[in-house]
Design a binder for this molecule. Structure first.
Ligand SMILES: Cc1cc2nc3c(=O)[nH]c(=O)nc-3n(C[C@H](O)[C@H](O)[C@H](O)COP(=O)(O)OP(=O)(O)OC[C@H]3O[C@@H](n4cnc5c(N)ncnc54)[C@H](O)[C@@H]3O)c2cc1C
Length: 444
């Protein structure tokens, strides 16, 4: 039987960082991954000579200690800070400074009315913390009476579920809520001097917080990071078992039954998503039943590099567009061929019962026209295109998820006590994963 201090379940970034952190603390670690390679969602797609990430996949909002950790884990030469270069499209206008909606594009009157109503509403609410039952309550508070109808359409487009059914926790997973752009940069900065207004007004990120960085592998795709992560685990002596599935746990003996045999552990750390963790541990799906998993089609177009705009990605807030975001891989991956061509990727959120899910290339012409309309690409045509179906992208919590998560956590604490670590049920980004592992003492 294989024995270890810590058994890590899953082989995505979070699990790898956990296994690495525990091994650095001198523990013997076994990592179990069900697929043939570790990497999870950061494993890129290989198509026609190009490595294509699944959407923009950055290590963003990293602070100095995170950068040091990445450098220790991957080596000093793998990542670079590429800065923040995001854009948005709304009401026929491309804004190259923000990923959030540019409410000014609806006209100065709308922006100023929206600001005034929000200001009055926040003043009235100051001191009290509003209770939100659903995402719809958040939309009302966040947008005030002027922006609420717009936000409602955006929620439908990006989340693809009625906001009344969706948990308020989803608010941190979408880019159209939070601080708002109503004014030009200078006025925004002036107004943001007041902490009260800073809470809901936006100015360019670069002028607000210079201490955060956005890491991406040097001149390459995430395959370089994936390889470096494999090396990091090997260097620290972590036993990696791929194509291994977990059949069950004999928690009294501290033994996991896997397709690769029994593993005796001191502690088991779940790096898999909370829903998968519940499935493995109980066979149940109470948390999955309270989740809306969003499928997307990633439409990839090969275009001349010199026809692509500067932002790394542009979020498309036109409620009538199928497109949610356009990523210009060639602007930060250095993936421009000798012929001067590279790939842009257009994300389309969708339902699996939509006819296009079974025929994803049916609307390629329309999708490319939308990308052109945003001003992200000016090429008259694309040289080549392919659409990839990604069945699970964002996992949006629905109303009632907290009860299911708490019940599952309590049940597991009663069963395993201190010998189990479950994932943060609501974290989305890699920065949040790192923060979670630090709080748990797994990364120091
Ligand atoms: C379109 C899109 C863009 C994103 N962009 C960013 C971004 O720019 N920056 C950012 O920080 N985050 C981004 N995210 C979020 C980011 O993808 C997640 O933070 C990240 O994938 C989480 O990593 P993970 O290790 O928790 O999970 P995953 O990467 O999903 O890894 C889970 C792993 O566990 C394995 N596994 C599952 N079940 C089992 C089992 N039973 N037994 C063994 N192994 C199992 C899987 O095969 C997989 O390898 C984005 C997400 C999406 C959808």
């Amino acid at each position: 039987m294989v024995r270890c201090d810590a058994l890590v379940v899953g082989g995505g970034f979070k699990s790898i960082a956990a296994a690495w952190g525990l091994a650095r603390q001198g523990q013997s670690v076994v990592l179990v991954e069900q697929s043939a390679k570790i990497g999870g969602f950061l494993s890129p797609i290989h198509w026609d000579g190009y490595w294509i990430d699944k959407g923009p996949q950055f290590f963003d909002n990293f602070e100095a200690q995170d950068v040091d950790m990445m450098s220790e884990m991957l080596g000093p030469d793998v990542m670079q800070d590429i800065g923040f270069e995001y854009g948005s499209f709304m009401a026929g206008k491309l804004n190259s400074d923000f990923a959030i909606p540019d409410w000014q594009s609806l006209g100065d009157d709308v922006a100023s009315n929206a600001f005034q109503s929000l200001f009055a509403q926040r003043l009235a609410a100051s001191g009290s913390s509003p209770a939100f039952k659903s995402l719809d309550d958040v939309l009302m508070f966040d947008g005030g009476p002027v922006l609420y109808p717009h936000l409602k359409k955006l929620a439908k487009k990006f989340v693809r579920r009625d906001a009344e059914e969706v948990s308020p926790r989803t608010a941190s997973m979408v880019s159209f809520l939070g601080r708002k752009k109503f004014f030009d940069q200078e006025l925004s900065l002036d107004l943001k001097q007041s902490p009260f207004m800073d809470a809901f007004l936006a100015a360019k990120k670069v002028s607000v917080d210079g201490s955060r960085v956005n890491l991406y592998p040097k001149g390459d795709s995430l395959e370089r990071v994936r390889n470096a992560l494999e090396d990091a685990l090997q260097r620290e002596g972590v036993t990696v078992m791929v194509e291994a599935t977990l059949a069950g746990f004999d928690d009294a003996r501290g033994v996991a039954e896997t397709s690769a045999g029994e593993i005796s552990y001191g502690r088991v750390v779940f790096g898999t998503d909370i829903r998968e963790s519940e499935r493995i541990l109980t066979g149940g799906s109470t948390i999955a039943d309270c989740t809306h998993v969003l499928p997307e089609i990633f439409h990839c177009f090969v275009v001349p590099a010199d026809t692509v705009a500067a932002p790394y990605y542009v979020v498309d807030y036109d409620p009538d567009h199928l497109t949610s975001r356009i990523t210009n891989f060639l602007n930060y991956m250095g993936c421009v061929g000798d012929d001067g061509y590279g790939v842009i990727c257009v994300e389309e959120p969708i339902e699996k019962d939509d006819a296009r899910w079974n025929d994803p290339e049916a609307e390629l012409g329309r999708i490319f026209a939308e990308a052109c309309e945003t001003g992200t690409v000016s090429a008259k045509n694309y040289r080549q295109a392919k659409s990839f179906r990604i069945p699970a992208t964002y996992k949006f919590p629905l109303v009632g998820i907290e009860g299911a998560v708490d019940a599952f956590s309590d049940q597991m604490m009663a069963r395993f006590g201190e010998s189990i670590v479950l994932p943060d049920a609501y974290a989305l980004t890699r920065k949040e994963a790192i923060n979670d592992l630090r709080t748990l003492g797994i990364l120091v």
